[in-house]
Design a protein around this ligand. Structure first.
Ligand code: HEM
Length: 335
């Protein structure tokens, strides 16, 4: 069986490839193709329409909901019903006043989707692969999750952890950082100088010069990470008997880049990844299918060239499943 087709997700993939394409051909080539709606740029125009249309429809529906709320006397604005899109629209309207435009909201939503979709997805693929191939690390993560999550729930159920619990997942935080060091979701970053400059290394960079920063290489330099740079070692990030996360400057650990335009979704990224990993790992064992080749695909994102083929099995012992079934079935239906 295969996954269902999602046109909006496919449009996303086309647009991501377009970014790479535009860096590889002279500007006039892709501009001309765009003007003529041919080649890769022809596909890009259609993909933009599809993605923008998808988001615009969500904004339209939300606006209808907002107007209905405004004319209603019931106030259901509590924290449990947090609605990102609604908040974004309300805040944009408040800040922009008469200049409000739904196109502006649309562009923010599309940017957040672009920034937060594949970055998280590829990081999780590499994480599950690294953990599956380093059983010692997996044991330590599970031991930490048992210690941290069990305090609230009392049992190994798939329950989303609270922020306090997520903050206590120090070893897991280290394992995620270690994954991003070895396999940064964004493997390289192009930057362009506005004026003549000199790098800290002494290299002169002329005006309008493009510099390609290889985040991938930076995470693998012996001078920076030591002789064991090749090892997947979450301990590198943890201090004081697994209580504190070691702060590593972003100019050394550059997966989220550094400076004023560095990733503003860094915290969201760790929160999302810890939430997903803790739910999945506690419940399921993930084994990589033996002969499946795992190699990076050099692109704008650090995709796996052939994806990740895994076998998933439940960690819950059969006896526990029977107990759970017994407890939810009426007594006389249990054999
Ligand atoms: C593993 C996850 C992620 C990684 C590795 C990552 C990495 C990056 C990198 C390398 C940049 C470029 C910074 C630069 O050019 O200097 C960036 C920018 C950005 N990221 Fe992330 N990101 C991740 C997840 C997210 C998420 C979940 C969001 C939000 C939902 C997000 C929002 C942004 C935004 C808004 C920018 C642009 C910042 C600006 O230009 O001021 N990112 N990210």
């Amino acid at each position: 069986t295969s996954f269902p087709r999602v046109p909006c997700a496919e449009a996303f993939d086309v647009l991501e490839e377009a970014v790479v394409y535009r860096h590889c051909v002279p500007k006039w080539v892709w501009k001309l193709q765009r003007w003529l709606h041919v080649g890769w740029e022809g596909k890009t125009v259609k993909a933009e329409e599809c993605l923008n249309g998808f988001v615009e429809e969500r904004i339209r529906v939300k606006m209808v909901e907002k107007r209905a709320k405004e004319s209603s006397t019931v106030n259901d604005d509590d924290d449990d019903n947090y609605d990102f899109l609604m908040k974004l629209i309300v805040e944009t309207e408040r800040l922009m006043g008469d200049c409000y435009s739904s196109k502006f909201v649309r562009d923010i939503v599309v940017s957040s989707m672009v920034a937060g979709r594949d970055t998280i997805a590829v990081a999780l693929s590499w994480f599950f692969w690294l953990v599956a191939t380093n059983p010692g690390v997996e044991d330590k993560i599970l031991e930490e999750l048992d210690r941290v999550v069990i305090t609230q729930t009392g049992e190994k159920e798939v329950i989303f952890s609270s922020i306090e619990e997520l903050n206590k997942m120090v070893y897991l935080h280290g394992a995620i950082s270690e994954t991003l060091r070895l396999y940064p979701s964004v493997p390289y970053e192009p930057k362009q100088s506005l004026k003549d400059d000199v790098l800290p290394s002494g290299h002169i960079v002329g005006r309008n010069t493009r510099v390609l920063v290889s985040i991938y290489s930076m995470g693998r330099m012996e001078d920076v990470w030591g002789k064991d740079w090749m090892e997947f070692r979450p301990e590198r990030w943890v201090a004081n008997k697994k209580i504190n996360i070691i702060h590593v400057p972003s100019y050394k650990f550059a997966a989220f880049m550094a400076g004023p335009r560095s990733c503003s979704g860094r915290k969201i990224a760790y929160t999302q990844m810890k939430t997903i990993i803790s739910c999945v790992l506690r419940k399921y064992k993930i084994d990589v299918v033996g002969d499946h080749p795992v190699v990076p695909l050099p692109s704008i994102m650090m995709f796996m060239r052939h994806g990740l083929k895994v076998r998933i099995s439940s960690r819950t012992p059969v006896s526990t499943i029977i107990n759970v079934v017994n407890s939810i079935l009426p007594v006389d239906s249990v054999e």
